[in-house]
Design a protein around this ligand. Structure first.
Ligand SMILES: Cc1cc2nc3c(=O)[nH]c(=O)nc-3n(C[C@H](O)[C@H](O)[C@H](O)COP(=O)(O)O)c2cc1C
Length: 190
């Protein structure tokens, strides 16, 4: 077994690529984030690690509200745009068609198949990044992405980001059913 030591890195595969929406100085703004994850189920909560200098962080701290918009793979160029240009210099408010939810300062992107409206609950200063934790107040899923009323990742076709290579990718094939395929004790180390 040969392994290379890369030093301490926050390396996890894969990460989602989402659009974090907020309102900054009265204008909707969207930032690409790959360091985003599920933080809790009850109440449902999402965490996103945001650098202190981001325009987005200014809006989230001021409004205490934000959205997490899950783009489809087809939106890759728009997502990358939001990850290259800051709302401090470029107006990103008119990039997308928006729709209204329950929160006033959590702009929702219509073309993203999944949208989460979040209310800010916690911030944790970890150094380069501030960990922002939001409670999910409402969840929106495009009807075309449901199968038997449940969100279907094959239809959502979410954008995946691969650290290291820095590439955007799609989800791959299904390899098993969770809480099922592992019921029988598998064989030992190979
Ligand atoms: C694929 C990708 C993932 C990114 N993930 C994050 C992230 O998780 N946290 C972060 O602070 N910045 C992240 N960025 C950088 C911001 O999206 C970028 O600095 C953006 O311009 C910030 O916009 P804003 O200043 O309008 O908030 C990412 C950029 C890309 C392209």
């Amino acid at each position: 077994m040969n392994k290379s030591r890369l030093g301490p890195e926050a390396l996890l595969f894969p990460t989602p690529a989402v659009l974090v929406g907020t309102v900054v100085d009265g204008r909707a703004n969207f930032m690409t984030a790959a360091w985003c994850g599920i933080a809790s189920s009850k109440p449902p909560a999402i965490s996103v690690a945001i650098r202190g200098e981001r325009h987005t962080l200014k809006g989230i701290l001021a409004q205490a509200e934000f959205s997490i918009n899950v783009p489809s793979a087809a939106m890759v160029a728009q997502v990358d745009f939001c990850g290259i240009y800051s709302g401090r210099k470029v107006d990103k408010s008119n990039l997308f068609e928006l729709f209204e939810g329950e929160l006033k300062h959590a702009p929702l992107v219509a073309s993203c198949p999944v949208n989460l409206e979040c209310r800010l609950r916690h911030t944790l200063d970890l150094g380069a990044h501030i960990l922002v934790v939001g409670e999910v107040i409402q969840t929106h899923v495009s009807d075309t992405c449901l199968t038997d009323g449940k969100p279907d990742s094959a239809k959502i076709d979410p954008l995946v980001f691969s650290p290291g290579t820095g590439t955007y990718q799609r989800l791959g094939e299904i390899v098993g059913q969770a809480f099922s395929i592992g019921k029988k004790r598998p064989g030992g180390a190979q």
